[in-house]
Unconditional design. Structure first.
Length: 198
């Protein structure tokens, strides 16, 4: 059976990718399960660049198909910040309660039409023959006026979607996977992998 190594240490992302690739004839391993322990410097200027940096770094350590993702929040009113700096915004160790409140403060008094935002996810794959594939997807929404919900992670409590009229922290994992940037990008990558005979 072919092996896919997903370049993440995040258990939630592993669960999601296993669910989405469940009907493919592949074994999906985390970096740790594949025995890869490397520090990767994500210094790309775009989500796609960062996903490729991670996938290439792990691909140099294993003989398998390697997938990596990079994601973040773009707030239009803040010139698309925090963008590729989403995890490092206001410092890597700063809580999301603080990060989220800082964004709400910056948008205080701003009308809903100007509060548009999106989560973006890029997925890169490096195949054993060196071929590289890319997929990117987004979920459009807006920054609410206050945090809501206890599901999800990161910026979910302040990111609202019109389809449900609530924050993505108020959705069930199934509801979120169906519409999320990561779910969409993973499904697009799966199509490409299938076209490449994986
Ligand atoms: P990375 O792709 O693991 O580097 O994550 C980037 C950062 O983007 C995360 O730490 C979160 O702050 C944010 N982010 C990405 N996807 C989501 C999401 O679905 N909900 C909330 N925050 C997210």
């Amino acid at each position: 059976m072919k092996k896919i190594v997903f370049a993440t240490g995040n258990a939630g992302k592993m669960r999601e990718i296993r669910e989405i690739l469940a009907d493919m004839d592949v074994e999906v391993l985390s970096m740790k399960e594949a025995g890869v322990r490397i520090e990767i410097c994500e210094d790309g200027a775009t989500f796609e660049e960062n996903a490729l940096i991670k996938a290439r770094a792990v691909a140099s350590c294993v003989d398998a198909i390697v997938l990596a993702d990079d994601s973040g929040l773009e707030v239009d009113y803040l010139d698309r910040a925090p963008g590729v700096y989403s995890a490092r915004y206001l410092g890597e160790d700063t809580s999301y309660e603080v990060k989220n409140q800082a964004i709400l403060d910056k948008l205080f008094g701003v009308r809903k039409e100007q509060r548009s935002a999106r989560f973006v996810c890029a997925i890169a794959a490096v195949l054993p023959d060196g071929e590289e594939l890319l997929a990117q997807a987004a979920i459009e929404g807006y920054i609410g006026e206050k945090p809501a919900g206890s599901g999800g992670f990161g910026y979910d409590p302040i990111f609202y979607v019109d389809a449900y009229g609530c924050s993505t922290a108020e959705l069930s994992p199934e509801q979120k996977n169906e519409i999320s940037h990561r779910g969409k990008a993973l499904r697009a990558m799966k199509e490409q992998l299938l076209l490449h005979g994986v």
